[in-house]
Design a protein around this ligand. Sequence first.
Ligand code: SF4
Length: 528
Amino acid sequence: MAAAGGELAYDAAHAAPVIAGAARDGGAAEAEPAMPAGGAGCHAGAAELARAARAAGGSELLDRLAADYPRGPHDQPQSMCPAFGSLRVGLRMRRVATVLSGSACCVYGLTFVSHFYGARRSVGYVPFNSETLVTGKLFEDIREAVHLLADPDRYDAIVVTNLCVPTASGVPLKLLPAAINGVRIVGIDVPGFGVPTHAEAKDVLAGAMLAYARAEAEAGPVAAPAGGRGERPTLALLGEMFPADPVMIGAMLAPMGLAAGPVVPAREWRELYAALDGIGVAAIHPFYSAALREFAAAGRPAVGSAPVGHDGTAAWLSAVGDTFGIAAARVAAAQNAFLPAIRAALSAAPVKGTITLSGYEGSELLVARLLVECGAKVAYVGTACGRTEASRADREWLEARGVTVRYRASLEDDCAAVEAVRPDLAIGTTPVVQKAKERGIPALYFTNLISARPLMGPAGAGSLQEVVNAAIGNGGRMERMRAFFEGVGAGETAGVWEGQPNLQPQFRALHLKKLEKRRRAEQAEEMI
Ligand code: SF4
């Protein structure tokens, strides 16, 4: 180690001459690429990436995303990379290949998470470097990749996704062939600076697939559902649900002479035709703006909310009856068949306690409704998704009962609600749950423990009550654990220590002195 100009140096790197460079022959300034050649990621700032995307001709795309996924009060709630939503939708479909185009670090993270959630499927990747990105060769590489992959014996469709950097650079996926050897090619842009949450990214792909399927259906005959067409008209269901929920919804629709249609996002391409072939669509999850646009274009009306709880089910069945012109007697038959059982389930194990609830799945308002009907006092609902028409009925119902509903809620909003309300149970995302547990408040993960259970009908009420009552009942244990671990893992006791921490307080004192000295020097400069 040697002193170099007053600084400690570990090698001779500081002595290397700096190449100043010279003007190129001709001196003509090269056109500045819309995107820095090395690309940029989440860290570059959404504004900079959006600027680059617009410069690269992506204004129409960004304007449409802004209209579909309204912002405010926060532009981008803290959650995982949005592209995970669309990636997961593609990976869950039979005979569909997925190809990502983006920075290697993004693709690493996305494939890691998708395999963590049991994708059991390869994720295609077309890498790029500064040269292929700037020269347009990346698009040629993507085209070559889909040509190599387009095997009709293996695939119905290939989904190619532009992540942040290729979107900001304007890699033109719309120029890909619509089909190769009969394999459909669906290109989508899912930039983190345009799609706020991974939930809404599911809609980007669902909407693109529905648009493709609708064009096919309009052009000529398409494949019938695998199990054939039923006799009753169907209502397609929008939103990923617990598998028992569509079955329960189908049972509720039966007295009205209707059946539950396919769930979108679909598991198979031909289900998209069947979804569009119904009489309408139930927007169980309210953020599917692009998908709803396709249903509307196909002349299929939408019904918002969902059959959760007693009042929710009664209102939803009425709305279905009104929208599709079902005779009042049939609507009443459906209500009479299910409402008494739901009421009985609700009163069997009422929830007593105050709850705050937050999540990024898009079903938060429905869960809050059900909790209120279960007897809970829900003080706050935060959802990372935006405010949409399809969630209006749920929002109004909740607000009429004194519940604060926050769209595009940030982590800070959710944590502040826990701090202010001090609930008997906090349902939320991982950091919210952590915050609550640190304070000895029982907490449940929304995604793993609430989203992954039925919500509809009598089974939904019973299932939610069971897990919520068990968690609230743990309050005493949480308090004992908090007292036992008091001070552990905080401040200087964080981490693993073999012995007593060597605190070295003189270092901090020295740093404080230096900072103070610098502050005084800056003040003195300002005065000059
Ligand atoms: S693709 Fe996802 S991980 Fe990559 S920069 Fe964009 S938001 Fe971040």
